[in-house]
Design a protein. Sequence first.
Length: 338
Amino acid sequence: MTLNEIAKKMCAKGKGILAADESTGTIAKRFKNINVENIEKNRLNFRQTLFNSSAMKDFIGGVILFDETIRQKTTLGPSIPELISKHGAVPGIKVDKGAKPLAGSNDETVTEGLDGLRERLKEYYDLGARFTKWRAVYKISDKFPSAQSIKSNAHALARYAALVQEAKMVPIVEPEVLMDGSHDINKCYQVTTNVLNECYNELEMHKVDLKGTVLKPNMITPGSECKDKSDAKYIAIKTLDCLKKNVPSDVPGIAFLSGGQSEIESSKNLNEINKINDSNFLITFSYGRGLQASALKEFGKNQENTENIQKAFNHRAKMNGLSSKGEWSEELEKEFAA
Ligand code: 13P
């Protein structure tokens, strides 16, 4: 398959991406909330339960894994990447080494992980990965994000993407403008515009073939502490407008992060965006919390109750599958949950 074909498969209409690439530290926070011990056996059990769900075949085009997970063998027989491929989804891998303090800028980060990346990519390809993820993080405040943070993160994203394509995998380019803060929706629009522009300048400079990439952006929303809430229709208008103006049309797929939105909010917003999507972009989800929150809750109640955990995951995957076609509704949400 060409990189463009892989990117389109990951974001195919009615499907999206499951972001199950929480680092050991991040999954520790999720497990703490549900009183589950953060040990390898439990991490494997939760993840293989999701990856073996019936929803995988119909609604999941790709799964992003963490380094530990891509190396694991399931207790069901196949390895984790084999299990995912068996269900028709593409296995992927998070390759960044996290957002680290940016020297010279108080309180901002730059994502690290370029050293030795070429060698690691070869290993991940051999383990079955066909796409990768790298997440840059930007804060909004009076002073932030600084030009230094926008430029250094874009540069790293572009060098990452170029190496990934050299290794014959599709890079997910994830510049996440955080929701934290009291800023309004226009500020989010402006910052996201600046961030996307710098990213695509650098991607072009590093000769990345945009047809073989997927963008993973934030939606355009007010900050989580902003008093003026926006409805889903307005979020959709602003988000689509920002993407159409700032993402080159060669990019085949755009898969949003949920970024702290609730499960319902993230389905509803994605649905509104797809209802008015008049671009050529395949627009879908690449959710972590937006797909897993209910399933995690069930896992916390009883780790052995595979049926209930899968039921919760199947439901969210189906709902987001509908949203990726603009066919979700609150009525269907209730009907299928019953
Ligand atoms: P959330 O959907 O929980 O924001 O996670 C997506 C992700 O992969 C962040 O990098």
